[in-house]
Design a protein around this ligand. Structure first.
Ligand code: DC
Length: 224
């Protein structure tokens, strides 16, 4: 059966990974969370006190970073490994969230991540979510979805997720973090967050998970 590449880009916390995971599961495709790769690189930089404003330090550090995903049959999720360590939980921390957009502006970091993402898609049958997947990583993908949702809906969704880990977090902190990331992601020089010309806009503010999955599955069916 024909296999395609599905790209899902969009603003922070508008549910890209939820729909991407469900879609991959329904289709029997591989799901890749490209944001997890930028988060793992950020974690490495923070832990090792890498000065990411220094290109030589970044270049050297990238030589020591090995990223891969391992499918966990219990959580039914592809989990991010940084040099043989499962960092899936740690990369969701606010400390990483505060710096990841900045790290993701670095051209060398993007070249490093994009090359690996393109390899992962070589066999097709993949759903990848991120910010530049339809524009830079897979510009020829058969189906490109661009997701959006209104800001307060996104803030509340992310707040619920983060509150479970950190009950001291406030709605305001989450909102300013999202706004800051959206700003940096869409204003950086290299591969800024943009809707690809041939992408389909999906606003899920008022959609249930079932409804959005149904829409995505119908879009895939048209391409097969
Ligand atoms: O999807 P996420 O929130 O986990 O992504 C974390 C950050 O990584 C986000 O602020 C921007 C960056 N990112 C990126 O620049 N390009 C991607 N393809 C995915 C994420």
């Amino acid at each position: 059966m024909k296999k395609i590449i599905v790209t899902i880009d969009g603003w922070s916390s508008c549910g890209k990974s939820t729909i991407a995971k469900q879609l991959a599961k329904s289709l029997g495709y591989v799901y890749i969370d490209s944001g997890a790769m930028y988060r793992a690189i950020t974690l490495y930089f923070l832990r090792n006190h890498i000065d990411w404003t220094d290109p030589a330090a970044v270049e050297e550090a990238l030589h020591h970073i090995n990223l891969h995903f391992v499918y966990n049959t219990k959580s039914m999720n592809s989990e991010m490994y940084l040099n043989e360590e499962n960092v899936e939980y740690m990369i969701r921390d606010m400390v990483v969230a505060e710096k990841v957009s900045e790290v993701a502006t670095i051209a060398m970091v993007r070249t490093f991540a994009v090359a690996q993402q393109q390899k992962m898609g070589a066999e097709k049958g993949i759903v990848m979510d991120g910010r530049d997947i339809g524009t830079t990583v897979f510009p020829d993908a058969a189906l490109k979805i661009f997701m959006t949702a209104d800001i307060m809906t996104r803030v509340e969704r992310r707040f619920k997720e983060m509150y479970e880990k950190n009950p001291n977090i406030t709605l305001d902190e989450v909102k300013s973090n999202l706004e800051m990331r959206d700003y940096i992601d869409s204003n950086r020089e290299v591969s800024p967050l943009r809707m690809a010309e041939d992408a389909i806009l999906l606003d899920n503010t008022k959609l249930t998970m079932e409804e959005q999955l149904d829409i995505a599955l119908k879009l895939v069916a048209k391409k097969l």
